[in-house]
Design a protein around this ligand. Structure first.
Ligand code: SIN
Length: 502
C-alpha cells in the first residue's frame, strides 16, 4: 500500500488550532492570508524566508481585464492553452480582475503609470491587446513587498519561516490539519481549512527560471491524501532565459518583446516570420518550439533590442539591463543570447473554480492548483492573476463558513517503517537528472519509460524508510510528483500546446 504519511502525526486537545493553515508564502499564499476577515486566525507556513519564492522573481506583470470586455482575454487564454482549458474556470478567473487590482492598490502596490496617470499596460506573447499591469520589470518583488507588509500588520496572521510542511492530516471526513518540520522538530497543527499555495515544480530542473526551493511539495502532500493531479504533464518552457556566468538562468521577460524586442538567429534573421502571425509575440509554446528548431540547425538565438531607444530600454527594464551588463552583455549594442528553460507547471492539484479539492476542507491556489485555467499552455502573466483570483475565490468560500471554536479531533497515525533501514539511496541530484532527462521541452516515450523504471526502483528503497531531514522529505515528494507527471505524459499520445512528444 502506498505510504500515507512521511512521519508520525498526532492531534489532541493540546494541539494548536487555526481557522486556516496556508502552506506556502508566495503571492498566492500571502494574498489569501491578507484577504481573510480579521476574525479568522490563520497560520502561514513558509518553507524558506518570506522573500525566497518564485513570485519574488516574476517580471512581466499581471494580466487583467479592467473594462468589462472579458471576451478577448478569455479568447487569448483559450487560444494559448490550445483550447484544453476549462472555459468556466477561465471566465471565473478573468472576472476577478477588478477585485484583485482594487485590493493591490489598497495595499500600496505601485504599478507603472503613463503621462495621464493611467495604468501603463504592457504586452506579452499570445495577447492581442495590452492588458498587463506591471511595476517596471520587477512586478513580483513589488507585489511581495506590499503583501509582506500587509500580512505583517495583520494581528490574526501568524507566519512561520523555515517551516517545511510535511503532510496534510485528514480522515474520511476531510482535512484535519498539517504536520511540519521546523528546526529539526516535527510538529502538528489542527485546522478546519488547509490551503496549499506551494507553487510549481521548477526546483527539480537544472535549467529553469524558478527558485530552487520550489519542489512540488504541495502536489505530493495532496497525492498522499488521495487527491489526484490534473494536467500533470503540461509543463511550460519559457522561450527566453539568459544563462548567467555564475550558473543558473535569468528570465528575459516576454514584455521585452512586447515592447518591441526581436528574436533573431545567428544569421540575424527574424525567424518567427512565417512561423506564426504574431511572430515574436506568438504563445510561448510556439516560440519555444521554433527556438528549439533553430538550435537543431546549429544556430544560436538572441533577443535583440539594439533598435530600441537605449534610455527607454534601461528605464523600462532596469533589472534586466543590470543583469545583462553584469554578465558581459550590453543590450544597446549586443543581442542577448537566450534559450528555452522550464518555467511553469500548468498541471496541479485537482480543484474546481473555487480552489476546492475533492478532500473537504482542502483548497489549493496559485501554480500548485490544477483547475484547467491554463489548458495545455499558459497565457503570459495569467499566473499572477490566477494566484490572486483563485485566492480571492477561496476566501469568499471560507467567509461563508463561520469559524467556530472547534474541538480538536484526536487523531494519530504512524507510518509502517522497516526498522533499522539504511538511509535512502536516491539523492536530490539524481532526482534532478530524472526530471531533466525525462521532461525536457521535447519528450520521448522510451526515455519516459526508462525514467519510470528508475523511479520504481528508487521507491522500493525509500517507500518504508524512516525520513528525518527536509531533503529526504523533498526527495520523497519529488519522486511521487515525477511518477505522476511521467505516467500522465505516457498517457498522452500526441503533442498538444506545451506538451511536445516525438
Ligand atoms: C515574463 O515576464 O516573461 C514571465 C511572465 C509569465 O510567466 O507570465
Amino acid at each position: 500500500m502506498a505510504r500515507r504519511y512521511l512521519t508520525e502525526v498526532c492531534l489532541n486537545a493540546e494541539t494548536p488550532y487555526y481557522d486556516v493553515v496556508i502552506v506556502g508564502a508566495g503571492v498566492s499564499g500571502l494574498y489569501l492570508a491578507a484577504a481573510l476577515p480579521l476574525h479568522y486566525k490563520a497560520l502561514v507556513l513558509s518553507k524558506d524566508s518570506l522573500s525566497v519564492c518564485n513570485s519574488q522573481l516574476a517580471q512581466g506583470g499581471v494580466a487583467l481585464t479592467l473594462n468589462g470586455e472579458l471576451n478577448s482575454h478569455i479568447e487569448d487564454t483559450l487560444a494559448a492553452g490550445a483550447y484544453m482549458n476549462d472555459l468556466r474556470v477561465v471566465k471565473a478567473m478573468v472576472s476577478e480582475s477588478e477585485k484583485v487590482l482594487g485590493r493591490l492598490l489598497d495595499y500600496g502596490v505601485e504599478f507603472d503609470k503613463d503621462e495621464g496617470n493611467k495604468l501603463n499596460m504592457t504586452m506579452e506573447g499570445g495577447h492581442r491587446k495590452r492588458r498587463i499591469v506591471h511595476s517596471r520589470d520587477t512586478t513580483g518583488m513589488a507585489l511581495m513587498e506590499a503583501l509582506i507588509r500587509r500580512v505583517r500588520g495583520c494581528p490574526n496572521i501568524e507566519v512561520l519561516e523555515y517551516a517545511f510542511a510535511i503532510d496534510l492530516i485528514s480522515d474520511h471526513n476531510g482535512s484535519l490539519g498539517v504536520s511540519y518540520n521546523m528546526k529539526g522538530l516535527n510538529q502538528c497543527v489542527a485546522s478546519n481549512a488547509v490551503v496549499l499555495a506551494t507553487g510549481g515544480i521548477g526546483g527539480w530542473f537544472s535549467r529553469t527560471t524558478n527558485a530552487p526551493v520550489v519542489t512540488g511539495d504541495g502536489l505530493a502532500m495532496a497525492l498522499r491524501a488521495g487527491v489526484p493531479l490534473r494536467d500533470a504533464a503540461y509543463i511550460q518552457y519559457h522561450p527566453t532565459a539568459f544563462k548567467l556566468k555564475a550558473g543558473g538562468y535569468f528570465l528575459i521577460s516576454e514584455a521585452v518583446r512586447g515592447e518591441g524586442g526581436h528574436l533573431i538567429n545567428s544569421a540575424g534573421v527574424r525567424f518567427m516570420k512565417g512561423v506564426h502571425p504574431l511572430m515574436e509575440l506568438a504563445p510561448r509554446d510556439v516560440v519555444s518550439k521554433a527556438i528549439h528548431d533553430q538550435f537543431s540547425t546549429g544556430s544560436e538565438v538572441f533577443v535583440d533590442v539594439r533598435h530600441l531607444e537605449p534610455v527607454f530600454f534601461q528605464t523600462r527594464f532596469p533589472n534586466i539591463y543590470k543583469v545583462c551588463v553584469e554578465n558581459g552583455i550590453h543590450p544597446e549594442t549586443m543581442p542577448i543570447p537566450i534559450e528555452p528553460v522550464e518555467h511553469y507547471h500548468m498541471g496541479g492539484v485537482m480543484a474546481d473554480s473555487t480552489g476546492a479539492t475533492p478532500v473537504k476542507g482542502l483548497y489549493v491556489t496559485g501554480e500548485a492548483a490544477g483547475t484547467g485555467f491554463h489548458g495545455a499552455n499558459r497565457l503570459a502573466s495569467n499566473s499572477l492573476l490566477e494566484c490572486m483570483a483563485l485566492s480571492e475565490r477561496i476566501v469568499r468560500v471560507l467567509e461563508t463558513k463561520k469559524p467556530q471554536k472547534p474541538l480538536v479531533k484526536a487523531y494519530k497515525a504512524t507510518p509502517q517503517l522497516v526498522l533499522d533501514s539504511d538511509k535512502p539511496n536516491i539523492s536530490k541530484y539524481a532526482l534532478r537528472e530524472i526530471f531533466d532527462t525525462a521532461l525536457p521541452l521535447v519528450k520521448h516515450n522510451d526515455i519516459l519509460e526508462n525514467a519510470l523504471e528508475k523511479i520504481k526502483i528508487a521507491f522500493e528503497d525509500i517507500e518504508n524508510t524512516e525520513l528525518t531531514t527536509t531533503e529526504e522529505f523533498e526527495v520523497f515528494n519529488g519522486l511521487q510528483v515525477a511518477k505522476a507527471l511521467i505516467l500522465d505524459a505516457l498517457s498522452i499520445k500526441k503533442s498538444v500546446g506545451s506538451f511536445v512528444i516525438e
